[in-house]
Design a protein around this ligand. Structure first.
Ligand code: SF4
Length: 302
């Protein structure tokens, strides 16, 4: 039976015919809602240390070389890599400095592209032109974190930008040869069925190449974590998440490639109860769940 999901592993196999390893790095960036230009303290759910894997004290080249060496121990046949500018907002510097950093990554042997995690309010025409030029020779992905398609949620989590900002960033980027990715979190405790349906209707309109979705987890060292410890609230459970995810996935354009469906923070960082399954176990379980409801990506897309 064919998969009910258009997963990244299949995209990589069909596009490159071999494994391509993403190597996360830390380019020493910050965020506008951490450095005071939009706010302080960052998004209430975020502790960058909980997911960042790079070492900002090292050069980009050294971080990539370390990553290559590490992954080649597990997969000695690896030849192709995508450098993932992961930590904080990776377009939040002067365009000349960005060019120097991206080129430093792209010049490394075996690197076929870059993936750039950023915020929708950290992009402009000049930066898009830089990325468009790089995309003529490399796979260049911009990953705009929006996290929720509800302005009320964005306000409550101190995001410092709106859904409209996200849509404007998509408009600015679309059609320039740059791959578009976004990142959504499901399970904010105040979001309702109506919010979920609004998200389903919005997500189907966006011209995305890739998407990452994950469940809300409560992380140590965050504003939300402190709120949770003071006044515990319901944290989304696996069965609930599967149902929400099925609804979103059924509205998703079948052409959009799914890069991620679950988060896997190390349990040392978690305040909420960790889910014991690995990412691949959760994905397999979710596929069985979809099949049991005869659902699939794009079932309600049209
Ligand atoms: S989620 Fe992203 S934008 Fe928000 S504080 Fe963390 S790194 Fe900054």
């Amino acid at each position: 039976m064919s998969s009910p999901l258009n997963l990244y592993s299949r995209y990589i196999k069909n596009t490159y015919g071999q494994r391509v390893q993403k190597i996360p790095i830390d380019g020493g960036f910050t965020c506008p809602n951490r450095d005071g230009s939009k706010g302080y303290g960052g998004c209430t759910f975020c502790n960058n240390d909980s997911f960042s894997m790079g070492v900002k004290e090292l050069s980009i080249q050294a971080q990539v070389n370390n990553g290559v060496e590490l992954y080649r121990r597990r997969f000695p046949e690896l030849k192709k890599f995508i450098v993932y500018f992961q930590s904080y907002s990776n377009t939040y510097k002067d365009v000349k400095e960005l060019e120097r950093m991206y080129l430093e990554a792209l010049k490394i042997e075996g690197v076929i592209g870059i993936a750039i995690g950023t915020r929708p309010d950290c992009i402009d025409k000049e930066k898009i032109t830089l990325l468009e030029n790089l995309a003529q020779n490399y796979e260049v992905t911009v990953e705009y974190g929006v996290e929720s398609l509800s302005d009320e949620t964005l306000r409550r989590v101190n995001r410092g930008h709106s859904v409209r900002d996200f849509e404007q960033a998509l408009d600015l980027t679309y059609g320039r040869g740059i791959k578009l990715c976004t990142h959504l979190i499901l399970g904010f405790p105040w979001e309702t069925e109506a919010d979920l349906q609004k998200t389903c209707q919005r997500i189907k309109k966006y011209p995305l190449d890739f998407i990452k979705i994950h469940q809300l987890q409560i992380i140590k060292g965050t504003i939300m974590g402190a709120e949770f410890e003071k006044n515990p609230f319901h944290v989304i459970e696996k069965e609930e998440y599967f149902k929400m995810l099925m609804e979103i996935i059924s509205h998703l354009d079948p052409k959009i490639v799914i890069q991620r469906l679950f988060s896997d923070y190390h349990r040392d960082y978690l305040i909420s109860e960790p889910w014991p399954q690995s990412l691949s176990q959760l994905t397999s379980e979710f596929i069985l769940f979809l099949q049991s409801f005869r659902s699939y990506q794009g079932k309600n897309f049209s």
